[in-house]
Write a protein that binds this ligand. Structure first.
Ligand code: ASP
Length: 467
C-alpha cells in the first residue's frame, strides 16, 4: 500500500492508510494501547489492541489503520492532526530500538553536550533541532533564489588550496603526490572570489565552508563553519550595504513572519562611535532584549585599517612590523586616508563593514584593494617577509591584467540563524558540529593515521614537547 505522510491524515477521514515512522510515545490503558507515531511531517495518535504491543518507543514501524474523526471533546488543539486518530488494523515492527541513551522529548539544553554529540543522530530527532535544520535549509534556499534573481552566479571554489589568511591558524593537508608539501584548507574563499572578479564574473556567491584552527569559543564553531560568501565588481560600499539589507529583510520576512526588524534602514555606526557609546564593536541595539522576536541589525563602519599586532598574530613576519589588519589584508584603505599609509598608518580607516545582529557579529566584508602597489604597501606594513609576499604573487599578477574595482561581504549562515532563532550556541544550528574541545560529533575525529598512511605521505610523528 502507498505510504501516507502523517500531516495528510486529517484529509483522509474514513480511509484506510498506511503510515511509516517512529513510535514517539506509548500509553497503555489496560487492553488498549495509544501510540504517538512520528514521521518527518509530525505526530498522529494511533489506537489499537495487542497488535500494537511489540512496538516500543523509537522503534521504526509500519501501521495500517482507519482514519477516524475524534469526538469534539477529544480534539487535541496542540497537534495538527489532533482532530483525528488512526484505528490500527495491522502493525509491523520494521526495526526495533534499544532504550535511548538520552531523552529526546525535551528541548535538550540541559543534557550533557558530549552525550548529545556522541549520539547526534538521536539528538537530531528532537523537534527543536529538526526544525532548526529545516529552517536552515529554507533560509539558504530563499537566499539563493534572491541572489540568482539579481544575476548572481553560484560558484564553488577549492577546498584543497593555499593559505587564505583571515587571522587564524590554517589546517594543513599533506600532499601524497608532492611529499613534503601541504595544502591549506581555506579560512575563506577570499582570494578565489577576488580572482573571479578578475575573471569577469562580476557577481558571485557561494555557501562556503571555511576552516579555521582557532581556540573554541561559545559563539564560534570549532574548526569549520559556513558563510554566505558574496563578491561584486564595480560597486561602492553603499551598494553592498543596500544589497545585504534587502537580501535579509526580504528573506527574514518570508521565513520568519512573526519576527520584526526593529529599525529600517539599519542603523550605521562608526567603529569609534560604537566603542564609545556601547563599549563594543558589536552593540546590541534591541529595544527590548527580552523580546525573542525582535531582530536588531546594525552596521559598524570606519574601522581602523590596522590593529596593534599581537604575538599570536598570523601576520608577524620580519618581527619589526607593529600592525595587523583589522579585517584582512585585502581590505582597501579609505581613499581620503591613503596618504597616511606612509606617515601615520594607525590613523588610516579601512573600507570595512561589519554586520551586527542582536549583539553578534554575523558578517563582515570590505571594498578590496585592486591596485598592486597598494597591496604591496600593506604587505610591507604588516611585516611580510619576501617569502610570505611570494605566497600572494598570483593575486598581484592577476591584478596586472585588468581588475575591476570590487568588494563583498560574508555573513555566517550558522551565526545568522543562531541570532535569528535566539539559540545559545552555533552548534544548535549545525547538523554535526565539533565539540568545544575539537572532537567531531559521532565519529570522534581526529584520530591517528596508520604507519602505512604516514609512510605514503613521508611523514613522521614526533612526540609533543612537554610544556
Ligand atoms: N573573507 C572575509 C571573511 O571571511 C569576508 C569578506 O571580506 O568578504 O571574513
Amino acid at each position: 500500500m502507498v505510504r501516507t505522510i502523517i500531516k495528510d491524515t486529517p484529509n483522509k477521514i474514513g480511509e484506510v492508510v498506511t503510515l511509516n515512522g517512529w513510535v514517539h510515545s506509548r500509553r497503555d490503558h489496560g487492553k488498549i494501547i495509544f501510540l504517538d507515531l512520528r514521521d518527518r511531517s509530525g505526530l498522529v495518535q494511533v489506537v489499537g489492541d495487542q497488535i500494537l504491543d511489540p512496538l516500543k518507543p523509537e522503534s521504526v514501524v509500519e501501521i495500517t489503520g482507519l482514519v477516524k474523526a475524534r469526538p469534539e471533546k477529544l480534539i487535541n488543539p496542540h497537534l495538527t492532526t489532533g482532530s483525528i486518530e488512526i484505528e490500527a488494523q495491522s502493525a509491523t515492527l520494521i526495526s526495533p530500538a534499544k532504550d535511548l541513551p538520552l531523552p529526546i522529548d525535551s528541548d535538550g539544553y540541559d543534557i550533557d553536550e558530549s552525550v548529545r554529540l556522541k549520539y547526534r543522530y538521536l539528538d537530531l530527532r528532537r523537534p527543536r533541532l529538526q526544525n532548526n535544520l529545516r529552517l536552515r535549509s529554507q533560509l539558504a534556499n530563499l537566499i539563493r533564489q534572491h541572489l540568482i534573481k539579481q544575476d548572481f552566479v553560484e560558484i564553488e571554489t577549492p577546498i584543497l588550496t593555499k593559505t587564505t589568511p583571515e587571522g587564524a591558524r590554517d589546517f594543513l593537508v599533506p600532499s601524497r603526490l608532492q611529499p613534503g608539501n601541504f595544502y591549506a584548507l581555506p579560512q575563506s574563499p577570499q582570494q578565489y572570489k577576488q580572482l573571479l572578479m578578475v575573471a569577469g564574473m562580476e557577481r558571485y556567491f557561494q555557501f562556503a565552508r571555511c576552516f579555521r584552527d582557532e581556540d573554541p569559543r561559545h559563539d564560534r564553531a570549532y574548526g569549520e563553519f559556513t558563510q554566505l560568501d558574496i563578491e561584486l565588481s564595480f560597486v561602492t560600499q553603499e551598494d553592498i550595504l543596500q544589497l545585504t539589507e534587502e537580501l535579509f529583510t526580504t528573506t527574514i520576512q518570508q521565513l520568519f513572519p512573526h519576527k520584526h526588524i526593529s529599525k529600517s534602514p539599519w542603523p550605521r555606526l562608526s567603529h569609534a562611535q560604537a566603542v564609545k557609546e556601547y563599549g563594543s564593536d558589536k552593540p546590541d541595539l534591541r529595544q527590548d532584549k527580552n523580546n525573542p522576536d525582535e531582530l536588531s541589525f546594525a552596521w559598524v563602519l570606519d574601522f581602523p585599517l590596522f590593529t596593534q599586532q599581537s604575538d599570536s598574530d598570523f601576520y608577524h613576519g620580519s618581527g619589526s612590523a607593529k600592525f595587523a589588519p583589522s579585517h584582512h589584508m585585502f581590505t582597501a584603505p579609505h581613499p581620503e586616508d591613503i596618504k597616511l599609509l606612509d606617515s601615520d598608518p594607525q590613523k588610516v580607516r579601512g573600507l570595512q563593514h561589519d554586520l551586527v545582529l542582536n549583539g553578534y557579529e554575523v558578517g563582515g566584508g570590505s571594498i578590496r584593494i585592486h591596485q598592486p602597489e597598494i597591496q604591496q604597501k600593506i604587505f610591507q606594513l604588516i611585516g611580510f617577509t619576501p617569502q610570505q609576499q611570494a605566497q600572494f604573487e598570483h593575486l598581484l599578477t592577476a591584478f596586472t591584467y585588468g581588475v575591476p574595482p570590487h568588494g563583498g561581504i560574508a555573513p555566517g549562515l550558522d551565526r545568522l540563524l543562531m541570532a535569528i532563532l535566539g539559540e545559545p550556541s552555533l552548534r544548535e544550528t549545525i547538523a554535526f558540529p565539533a565539540s568545544g574541545s575539537g572532537l567531531t560529533a559521532v565519529v570522534n575525529a581526529p584520530s591517528p593515521a596508520t604507519t602505512e598512511q604516514l609512510e605514503e605521505l613521508h611523514l613522521a610523528i614526533t612526540q609533543p614537547k612537554k610544556k
